[in-house]
Design a protein around this ligand. Sequence first.
Ligand code: PNS
Length: 158
Amino acid sequence: MRIAVYPGSFDPITNGHLDIIKRASKLYDRLIVGVLDNSSKSPMFTSLERKSMIDEQIKDLPNVSCDVFSGLLVDFAKQNGASVIVKGLRTVADFEYEFQMALLNKSLNSDYETMFMMTDSKYSYISSSMVKEVAKYDGELEGLVPQEVIIKIKDKIH
Ligand code: PNS
C-alpha cells in the first residue's frame, strides 16, 4: 500500500492546494493531508477550523483524509505508515525553501522520499498569505479558494 502525506499550514486551503490533493490522490493508495498546528505563526484559523475546511473539500475523495499534527513531519509520516511526502511547487523561490526542507527531512529520517508536483499554471500565483491579504482589503476571492472557504474568511474578518 502506497501511503503519502501532504503537509502544510493550509491557513486556509486554496484552490492550488486542492488541485495538488486531487492529482496526488490518483498516484497513491492513501493520501493524508497533514495540517500543522503551529501556534507560533498566529494563523487566521485554528488548526481544527483549517481541518474542517479541508474535510469539506475532500469528502468526495475516498482515499484522502485529513489530520492535525504537531512536531516533526517525519514523525507524522511514520505514525501514518506513509513513505512519501508530497509537496507542491509553484516558483523557483518555493524550490529553494522546499529543497532545504526535503534535505532536512531526509537527514532526520532517510526512509521518506519527498515528491514534488508542479502546480497547475492557473494556480501558480495563489498562496494562503496572498489570499489573506486580498481578503483583508475586501478583494475578490472567487477562483482563489473554494466557495465554502470564502464564506469562512468573510465570517472571520467581519
Ligand atoms: O504550508 P507551509 O507553511 O509552507 O508548510 C510547512 C510545513 C508544515 C510543511 C513545514 O513547516 C513542516 O513540515 N513543519 C513540521 C515541523 C518539521 O518537521 N520541521 C522540519 C522540516 S522543515
